[in-house]
Design a protein around this ligand. Structure first.
Ligand SMILES: CC(C)(COP(=O)(O)OP(=O)(O)OC[C@H]1O[C@@H](n2cnc3c(N)ncnc32)[C@H](O)[C@@H]1OP(=O)(O)O)[C@@H](O)C(=O)NCCC(=O)NCCS
Length: 170
């Protein structure tokens, strides 16, 4: 991974949102779940969500969408790496970036992963995520969403602004 050329910055323009939605809609798990580009596009339009993209030059290599609102604040709504960039550490870097943002403000990182997405489940396990629950038949019948959590400790003991705990590198 040539990180001198890779930058993680906020994704905010409409053009970038459309490009990101098109990438998602053409890839599993969204393809398998029948979630089309219009649905994917809605992910980026919600005001309390933040999207950060890893880019090399103008090219979007991947992105992460986080929600810092509600009971499950610190929720990773989407993690996506473009097919040509997978297996090169971009996903791990985006997770480290998201965890840094979240653990500075909240002691929990939550996310959901589809039960059929075995590669992603392995990936999250490696980063220290544990199963917190199962949501049966959530998008389609026969496919569950696994709620995963990584925690820095109980809410009552958390001091906002404390240095976040991020995952251990391979
Ligand atoms: C899961 C995902 C984010 C991982 O990002 P990545 O940049 O490929 O991950 P890294 O290079 O940091 O780590 C590679 C690990 O990801 C996992 N992985 C999952 N799908 C993969 C794929 N298509 N290609 C390569 N690795 C994949 C592997 O377990 C691999 O671990 P290993 O090297 O021990 O086998 C990425 O593959 C992806 O965007 N997949 C499609 C969208 C998706 O499933 N998102 C998660 C939804 S909850």
């Amino acid at each position: 991974m040539i990180w001198e050329l890779m930058r993680i910055t906020r994704l905010s323009s409409e053009r970038d949102r459309r490009a990101a939605a098109a990438l998602m809609a053409a890839s599993d798990p969204w393809l398998a779940l029948g979630l089309r580009k219009e649905h994917c596009l809605k992910t980026f339009g919600v005001p309390y969500r933040e999207t950060y993209a890893a880019r090399e030059g103008g090219e979007i290599a991947g992105f992460v969408v986080i929600t810092m609102y509600g009971t499950f604040r610190g929720y990773i709504q989407v993690l996506f790496v473009a097919p040509g960039w997978r297996g090169r550490g971009v996903g791990e870097e985006l997770m480290a970036f998201a965890e840094g943002k979240i653990f500075a403000r909240s002691p929990n990182v939550f996310l959901c992963v589809s039960s059929f997405n075995k590669g992603a489940i392995r990936f999250y396990r490696r980063l220290g995520y544990l199963k917190a629950g199962v949501i049966k038949d959530f998008f389609i019948k026969g496919s569950d969403e696994l709620l995963l959590r990584k925690t820095a400790g109980p809410l009552r003991e958390f001091k906002p602004g404390q240095k976040g705990k991020t995952h251990v590198k391979r």
